[in-house]
Design a protein around this ligand. Structure first.
Ligand code: HSE
Length: 411
């Protein structure tokens, strides 16, 4: 028998308890141990649950109990999750967490403590919900030099954009639906403003490239400024708008990392990833492109990944595992404005003919877009490839066009 504790009985934590109960027999067989929950830490009361006797409000019950070998952290947020997880690892307990903020901000430090104490710190559920991505990336793709990761990493925003594109549902209604379905973060601004996807690309880049990437190093743009005209212009050019996270290796030991909404061609496989689904494309020098696809959020898919980590911890109670990266450093992530990009621009022209002539004069080979019901002064186009800094400077200097929306184009 191996005892575990679950810290946080929210959407994911309650899912972990549910999966452990529902699949108890199979899990016992695969773990070769009977895994029992001894404590559930939560400040709220759950008197009607059949396992109400397991609840405690006191973290010391868990950290001071030598019978508890593995701790699940599904509280979310940085504090007190960081202090609790650190204390558990230092007490020689393995930890499995779904907490993206914790791993993105403190991953290197906690992995180091786990290594020193010869225990595991696993976080498969922190990226892509139920999709196996971190373990396959670090194990199955270990022979590769990974040079780029690009993905749809947030289920809530993908759900919202899909509803806007397919059903012309309003942003607010789609967000409310995502919250009801348990996809959104407690504070959904973390979803729609890109912070959640930013944390996930930090974790993926840290693991793939071996050095910690901190959220504050990653330029992050969410989807709150996306309008239906932008969706229509994208559609007119056989593209869709998706929120993507991207990281790639650059020359000189630097990396590029950013989160932004991008126009994706319908020829690109990422364009057909809809609803709450996530997809992560990993590009390696031996394997080529690999895509991981599945449910990126939700109670049971995410709990499934946490419980798999628990089983792994139970099977390797005294063995340090494979996840590891070093501390990060200032200047490791390059200035994203130096990246070569194409931009989508929608703007207001004072004189459409003059603005079109100016656009062609400034940018040369542009691709003009049109949509049904286009405003009298509205213009939209795709720029040719150049550094983002140059393109933005040129846009800023235009006489006849005021840019209202600037988005990346993913080719
Ligand atoms: N709020 C997150 C999402 C949950 O929508 O993707 C899974 O990390």
């Amino acid at each position: 028998m191996v005892y575990i504790a679950v810290m946080g009985h929210g959407v994911v934590g309650s899912g972990v308890v549910e999966v452990l109960q529902t699949n108890h027999q199979g899990i016992t067989g695969r773990a070769k141990e009977d895994i029992r929950v001894k404590y559930i830490l939560d400040l709220r009361e759950f008197p009607d649950l059949p396992y109400a006797n397991l609840f405690t409000k006191n973290f010391d019950d868990i950290v001071n109990d030598p019978e508890v070998k593995v701790v699940v952290e599904t509280m979310g947020g940085l504090h007190p999750a960081y202090e609790y997880v650190k204390a558990c690892l230092e007490a020689g307990k393995s930890v499995a967490t779904s907490n993206k903020e914790l791993v993105a901000c403190k991953g290197a430090e906690l992995l180091k403590i786990a290594q020193e104490r010869n225990v595991n710190f696993l976080f498969e559920a922190s990226v892509g919900g139920g999709i196996p991505i971190l373990r396959p990336m670090s194990q199955c793709l270990a022979a590769n030099d990974i040079y780029e990761i690009v993905g749809i990493l947030n289920g809530t925003t993908n759900f919202i954009l899909t509803k806007m594109i397919r059903e012309q549902m309003s942003f607010a209604d789609a967000l409310a639906m995502a919250q009801k379905l348990g996809y959104a973060e407690r504070d959904p601004s973390a979803d729609i403003e890109g912070a959640d996807a930013c944390r996930k690309i930090c974790i993926l880049a840290s693991l793939a490239f071996g050095k910690h990437v901190y959220p504050e190093q990653v330029k992050t743009e969410g989807i709150t400024a996306i309008t239906l005209p932008d969706v229509e212009y994208a559609h007119s050019d056989n593209r869709v708008i998706k929120l993507i996270g991207r990281a790639k290796i650059l020359d000189g030991g630097h990396i590029f990392a950013a989160v932004y909404p991008a126009l994706i061609s319908r020829d690109n496989q990422l364009s057909s990833v809809d609803d709450v689904f996530n997809a992560v494309m990993v590009r390696g020098n031996a394997i080529g492109d690999v895509i991981f696809y599945g449910r990126g959020a939700g109670k049971l898919p995410t709990a499934s990944a946490v419980v798999a980590d628990v089983i792994d911890c139970v099977k390797h109670l005294q063995a340090r595992k494979y996840l590891y990266w070093e501390d990060g450093e200032e200047g490791y992530v390059s200035d994203p404005l130096e990246d070569n990009v194409r931009l989508y621009v929608r703007g207001e022209a004072d004189d459409k003919a003059a603005a079109t002539a100016e656009i062609r004069q400034v940018f040369g080979d542009v691709h003009m877009l049109s949509r049904a019901g286009e405003g009298e002064k509205e213009l939209a186009f795709l720029t040719p490839l150049s550094t983002e800094r140059t393109l933005r400077q040129e846009l800023g200097g235009m006489q006849h066009l005021q840019a209202a929306s600037i988005l990346h184009v993913l080719d």
